[in-house]
Design a protein around this ligand. Structure first.
Ligand code: NAP
Ligand code: GLV
Length: 309
């Protein structure tokens, strides 16, 4: 019985050390570095791996995602008994909360407009607002959405959220499900997508939802590129339906050279850096979870495979 790691070399080195200290009786092997008998692999840790890679381990029991999301892994091709666990790690959570605060402030204070004016050599006045006048709507009230809310709260934004099941968060107008979407979209003017990518959420940032947002809204996507319909975003920005967008994720990644997002004056791009898995803290999270697994205890971040997140 072994645990196999497939991913960044540096993280593999750090994790091998942590696992050797914390779970010494479970051999931790690194793909491309150690000799591995595929039949011995019970646990696999990976960021992304193609289906034919995962299929070579007939006795796989648990697939640990290196990231908070799992859509980059071939989940649909896994046998039904294989458990899938996502990474619930403070480095990712804090990193995302920081990113959302930065993006909301940038949109709120019209940074895309002022940067474009600067580039054009113009000194252009535009009236500014205070945060309470900006209504931030968070799509997804999970680990990241809740942390983003707590980072935004002291800045004074008016906050709302949308999730699959009903939530109650003090000071936040919470909406849920398909029936709550329209009121949610009408009630904010800066939207932050922190949803997992599932069959239900793919393409959710599209012409139809943009049409239900107040005219001139801003959109921030730090979920997955598949949440956004690229052509619909460009059309909404060009028509003035949306004011600006900040995108950390795209489909595909990397975004090919020449893609219109690179040069659009109302789009800010970051290359999927909103929240990174921190090697050391994530290694401890993995070790904690493996210890729970070997003791038969519930795992932190286990994915409900029927729900898809
Ligand atoms: P999470 O804890 O599983 O939370 C997911 C949230 O989305 C929950 O509130 C859930 O509702 C809601 N949701 C799921 N399906 C929905 C639907 N159909 N309609 C409405 N709400 C729905 O996930 P997380 O840890 O916050 O992470 C969210 C995502 O962020 C990840 O899956 C990943 O794609 C992305 N991410 C991006 C980066 C980056 O660097 N850009 C980094 C890390 C993660 P319930 O509360 O009702 O279940
Ligand atoms: C990054 O995108 C993650 O899912 O952790």
């Amino acid at each position: 019985m072994i645990m196999l790691y497939h991913g960044l070399e540096e993280r593999g080195r750090v994790w091998a050390q942590i696992m050797a200290e914390r779970v010494p009786h479970l051999p931790f092997r690194r793909w491309g570095h150690d000799a591995v008998d595929p039949a011995e692999v019970r646990f696999l840790a990976a960021w992304n791996a193609p289906a034919d890679f995962v299929a070579q381990f007939p006795n796989l029991e648990v697939l640990f995602s290196v990231g908070a999301g799992i859509d980059q892994l071939p989940i649909a091709d896994l046998p039904p008994q294989v458990r899938v666990v996502r990474m619930v790690e403070q480095g990712i959570i804090t990193g995302m909360a920081e990113y959302v605060a930065m993006a909301c402030l940038a949109m709120h204070r019209d940074l895309p407009f002022f940067i474009n004016e600067q580039r054009a050599g113009r000194w252009t006045y535009r009236h500014t607002r205070l945060a309470a006048e900006t209504r931030v709507g968070i799509m997804g009230l999970g680990e990241l959405g809740k942390a983003a809310i707590e980072m935004l709260r002291p800045l004074g934004f008016t906050l709302s959220g949308w999730s699959r099941s009903a939530h109650e968060i003090p000071g936040v107008a919470c909406h849920a499900g398909a029936e709550g979407l329209e009121a949610f979209l009408a009630g904010a003017n800066t939207f932050v997508c922190l949803l997992p990518l599932t069959q239900e959420t793919r393409g959710i940032l599209c012409r139809e939802t943009f049409g239900k947002m107040p005219r001139g809204s801003a959109v921030i996507n730090a979920g997955r590129g598949g949440h956004l319909v690229a052509d619909d975003l460009i059309a909404a920005l060009d028509s003035g339906r949306l004011r600006a967008a900040m995108l950390d994720v795209t489909d595909p990644e990397p975004l090919p050279a020449g893609h219109p997002f690179y040069s659009h004056p109302a789009i800010f791009l970051t290359p999927h850096v909103a929240a990174e898995t921190r090697h050391a803290t994530a290694g401890e999270v993995l070790a904690d979870n493996v210890i729970r697994l070997l003791e038969g205890a519930p795992l932190v971040g286990e994915v409900d495979r029927t729900r898809g997140y």
